[in-house]
Ligand binder design. Structure first.
Ligand code: AMP
Ligand code: ZN
Length: 137
């Protein structure tokens, strides 16, 4: 994709602070880091979001995420690590090339994700599960 910033990073056309690279993934520092050690794990091919990942790419992305998470833990000893991954504007995605965030976390570090729990009735959960099982077939 000509105008995709992460494709340009993968191609080496714009600079990045690389952490890890393999055949299918690239991990590099987020330019807008929330905390030191905030890393992005991107797939190398231009895939917009999670819906375009095949099994091989999905596995590669999470394998790199787990590997880099261990490095973040070792290097920064944060109190926690949040994985954040957005698909679509409504979900908070701003760069439309699949990536996930590894964010080292600390108590009261200001990062906040509102989580408005609805606690639906059990029958509703069963109906939702049935709908998704049908979609998986
Ligand atoms: P998202 O909202 O999940 O799409 O996040 C996109 C992330 O990409 C943001 O956290 C940006 O700070 C980050 N970002 C955008 N451009 C660059 C760049 N050139 N190098 C590193 N990170 C970038
Ligand atoms: Zn791209």
């Amino acid at each position: 994709m000509n105008d995709c910033v992460f494709c340009k990073i993968v191609a080496g056309q714009i600079p990045s602070a690389k952490v890890h690279e393999d055949e299918l993934t690239l991990a590099f520092m987020d330019i807008g880091a929330v905390n030191p050690g905030h890393v992005l794990v991107a797939v190398k091919p231009h895939v917009e979001n999670i819906f375009g990942l095949d099994d091989k790419l999905a596995a590669a992305a999470f394998q790199t995420a787990a590997r880099v998470a261990r490095a973040v833990q070792k290097a920064y000893s944060p109190e926690g690590v949040t994985l954040y991954q957005a698909n679509g504007a409504a979900a908070g995605q701003t760069v439309y090339h699949f990536h996930l965030h590894l964010v080292p976390r600390y108590e009261k570090d200001g990062m906040d994700l509102a989580w408005p729990v609805k606690n639906p009735p059990r029958e509703q959960l069963q109906a939702n599960a049935a709908k998704l099982r049908a979609a998986l077939e």
